[in-house]
Design a protein around this ligand. Structure first.
Ligand code: UDP
Ligand code: MG
Length: 323
């Protein structure tokens, strides 16, 4: 068993991948521990797959590659890394060098001190624009207010796990609509945090548009909080109160009641607006429940490579059976 697995999700990163490999390998060699670099190729459509295949042939002792059958998203890729990692300790990183490999020795130091969860917190993200920084701040505020969960602002998908937390996440957190960094911060265990400054992307561009981030944020908030479901009750109380006020007002001004067209139209729009929002929220929850219920796989592995041979496939099947 190796000491350390570094799990790297890769989606269309052909331009920076070799640089990532060289730099990360340099730091890993410096630590002196036995390690594997576990790349998860999340259905890249560029040459990333080819580059990874080549790396696994040139460096079979250290590089393993999990190939998905299509793009399943970053969360799925990290989950596959978690499932297939063979190391005792796990470090999750992005492939674009935004998570500096220079932090690895520091992380290992913390793990050797007995910490089981090491969260890496961004101090500054120079590369994200103003809008992304603002929306990211708002997201953490909303989620912390609405759920029991505590999420560190600036927390990222850069973290390290000891064997026990990794086992818990592997076995007990099999949700389809996922937010791994949220679980990591809320499973307890002895944890600590380190700060880092997000470097600019080494090449290529971010895969997360604002639209995708919005979708992701909504799903995450709904998965971690039941508060939106209760909105209907509050809206109900509010409109009932409004009704009572209107009854009293009409009785007091009997005879002199206003002609009322505008009032009726405004009230109708307002009430229907509220109603549809509540129905929509319930719809979002049903969509999530539906996804969970279908119980489709979080990801599908097409191939696992270590060196040039497909000899690992047997082992993969075995692992799959055990799971
Ligand atoms: N990624 C992935 N699948 C996807 C999108 C992204 O595996 O569908 C990987 C990507 O290659 C990178 C990491 O997830 O290593 C973070 O993505 P990105 O840098 O685009 O996000 P950002 O840093 O801008 O939040
Ligand atoms: Mg990035």
């Amino acid at each position: 068993m190796k000491e350390l697995s570094v799990i790297v999700s890769v989606y269309n990163e052909e331009q920076g991948l070799l640089e990532f490999y060289k730099e990360t390998k340099g730091w890993l060699e410096g630590t002196g521990c036995s390690y594997e670099l576990l790349f998860v190729n999340d259905g890249s459509r560029d040459r990333s797959g080819e580059i990874l295949r080549q790396l696994s042939e040139e460096d079979p002792g250290c590089v393993r590659v999990i190939e998905f059958s299509r793009n399943f998203g970053h969360e799925a890729a990290m989950t596959a890394g978690l499932d297939y990692a063979e190391g005792r300790y796990l470090i999750f990183m992005d492939a674009d060098l935004q998570h500096p490999p220079a932090c690895i020795p520091e992380i290992l130091q913390k793990l050797s001190e007995g910490y089981e969860v090491v969260n890496m917190v961004r101090t500054r993200n120079r590369t994200a624009g103003l809008i992304k920084n603002l929306t990211s701040g708002a997201f953490y505020q909303v989620i912390n207010r609405m759920s029991d969960m505590r999420l560190e602002p600036g927390a990222s998908d850069f973290f390290a796990l000891g064997p026990e937390p990794a086992r818990v996440l592997r076995e007990n957190y099999r949700e389809k609509v996922r937010f791994l960094r949220g679980y990591v911060q809320n499973i307890g265990f002895r944890k600590t945090k380190l700060s880092y400054e997000a470097a600019p992307r080494v090449a290529g561009k971010s895969h997360y548009s604002l639209r995708k981030l919005w979708r992701f944020s909504v799903d995450t908030i709904l998965c971690f909080s039941n508060l939106p479901l209760k909105l209907g009750i509050y809206a109900g109380f509010f409109s009932a109160l409004l009704g009572v006020i209107l009854i009293v007002y009409t009785m007091l001004t009997r005879g002199g009641a206003p002609s009322g067209y505008a009032t009726i139209v405004i009230l109708l729009c307002f009430m229907f607006g509220m109603l549809f929002v509540v129905v929509g929220i319930i719809g979002e929850y049903i969509a999530i429940i539906f996804n969970e219920l279908k119980d489709r796989p979080i990801y599908i592995v097409k191939d696992i490579r270590k060196g040039s041979g497909p000899e690992e496939k047997e082992e993969t099947k075995k692992q799959e059976k055990e799971r």
